[in-house]
Design a protein around this ligand. Sequence first.
Ligand SMILES: *Cc1c(COP(=O)(O)O)cnc(C)c1O
Length: 339
Amino acid sequence: MIDLRSDTLTKPSAPMLQAMFAAQVGDDVFSEDPTINVLESTMAALFNQEAALFCASGTMANQIAVKAHTQPMDEIILDKTAHIYYYETAGFAFHSGVSVKLIDGDKGRITAEQVIENIQPNFDWLPKTSLVCLENTSNKGGGSCYELKAIEEIKAACDAHGLKLHMDGARLYNAIVAKKYTTQQIGGLCDSLSVCFSKGLGAPVGSVLIGSKEFIRKARRIRKVFGGGMRQAGYLAAACLYAIENNVERLEIDHQHAKQIAAVLENLSWIKEVLPCETNILIFTIDETKTSVEAVLSYLKENGILAVQFGKHQIRLVFHLDISSEMVEEVERIFRNFR
Ligand SMILES: *Cc1c(COP(=O)(O)O)cnc(C)c1O
């Protein structure tokens, strides 16, 4: 099977497993796991911040960030398709008791102007706007990414209005590779960032939350109350360190694969629209007068390709390190043959 359902499906490679086996470990609740300590200090330095915290998942890292930056009765500003709003089981309400102000952004991206327009005035009967969350790349936006300038403008708006800025960077490295900005540049613009290793970077588990020393001290306590204090988790952190060393530059290959298929889909009569393909995610809309999502997905499956429905008439394909160029050729052939 050529599994394009998600980049979370990647399995650790033999050398990644070797790095995991060889890890030095200790009790991380006591901050005594040397491999986790190295991962945290490496990520903090890379992103121009003071500290970092290893988390079990991207959801946990995001939810800790929301909790640490807000008080109950606050409101957070984010795009209407944001993972933090859409795919984290309403954790913002459950854990943090905050409201959301949803922005009708451009493929998952919001602007500084939209942030400013949506800050609540200061009245007893309104929630208090305290946090802006950006998603880069945007999952539901088809892997779209922010220009550095747009983030700079949003950061300036946040600073001017006393808001914190969190970046959901589950696929931040895809954006960094595609837009050619540096980890230093992007890290310095945010109050906190979450980065996933279990997506296109190919590690089995793990995300890191990055920010100031004071923020991470608070985040550590919240991680504990969420049940996320792990012990000899350095075996997992070793996979993340391996991923940073070995699997970042190659993300460009996934982006090329996605673009290769996007170019093919553009010319198929039964496809109405292909979202602009900037990174490793490719979303397209079926022309429902000609076929259906169900028919396409079952045709693909019969031919050894797995994909997922994404919205009413849309399908998402995600390219990742377990997808070779030969597989992409095969995907191209199968799509061309659909009748
Ligand atoms: C996958 C993802 C996350 C985190 O998901 P987990 O499965 O909890 O690691 C967060 N944000 C975005 C945009 C994602 O795609």
